[in-house]
Design a protein around this ligand. Structure first.
Ligand code: 13P
Length: 247
């Protein structure tokens, strides 16, 4: 499956968000690509009633099931308004909101129990890469994030490789660097879940980090890159649409 997801992060007031959602939802008609929008959660409920050509992802979910957790949104609530996907483990949540490996793993389990597909983000920092330990970092993030997940659950997951040094910096990983890491992730899945290539290749692995209309086709041309998780370039209809056409 080819996937392009737009992570709007904490951008756009209602009027702009609705206008962007409306035109993408009505105009996109590329049947080969699953297009997922990740707007701020306050907009999910309204958008979910109007879905045509896009799917919805929440940007976050609570690690608790229900109850006295002021300000939180549960997986059950997301399911009740037909949200199909949810980001988990984004580097901004790890760094700024202290989402630990345990919390990330709990969120993944709760999402899967509620039939929402996690878009599980992993990625190394600049200092990790400069020290040459990116594989070890990604291995550890996958190992803890997917702890207790079985193969039938993995089949409902999307993995996003987002090197922290490339997020919002304009420093994209080269297509070769992306391919190398995606190949590493695919091999990890093969070993961890004891599966052959044909099954492992069905798990989408998306690249994220300064992906834009200019570099997307080079990155998407690589064997193990099944699409992108787009930040800044997802906020404009024309750039996001041309990224979707980049396969
Ligand atoms: P940018 O595309 O703005 O670098 O953000 C990537 C990202 O964090 C998507 O989740």
């Amino acid at each position: 499956m080819k996937v392009v997801a737009g992570n709007w992060k904490m951008n756009m007031n209602y009027k702009d968000a609705f206008a962007l959602f409306h035109s993408l939802n009505n105009r996109l008609n590329n049947n080969e690509v699953e297009v997922i929008l990740c707007p701020p959660s306050i907009y999910l409920s309204e958008f979910s009633n109007k879905l045509k050509n896009v799917k919805l992802a929440a940007q976050n979910v609570s690690s608790f099931e229900s109850g006295a957790y002021t300000g939180e949104i549960s997986a059950q609530m997301l399911k009740s308004i037909d949200v199909d996907y949810c980001l988990v483990g984004h580097s901004e949540r790890r760094a700024l909101f202290s989402d630990s490996s345990e919390v990330i793993n709990t969120k993944i389990h709760l999402l899967l129990e509620n039939e929402i597909s996690p878009i599980f983000c992993c990625g190394e920092s600049l200092s990790d890469r400069e020290s040459g330990i990116q594989n070890e970092i990604i291995h550890n993030q996958l190992e803890s994030g997917l702890n207790g997940i079985d193969l039938s659950q993995l089949k409902n997951c999307i993995i996003a490789y987002e090197p922290v040094w490339a997020i919002g910096t304009g420093l994209t990983a080269s297509s070769d660097q992306a391919q190398e890491m995606h190949f590493f992730i695919r091999n990890y899945l093969k070993t961890r879940f004891k599966i052959e290539n044909d099954i492992a290749s069905q798990i989408p692995i998306l690249y994220g980090g300064s992906c834009n209309a200019k570099n997307a086709s080079d990155i998407f041309s690589k064997n193990d890159v099944n699409g992108g998780l787009i930040g800044g370039a997802a906020l404009k209809e024309d750039t996001f649409s041309s990224i979707i056409q980049s396969f």
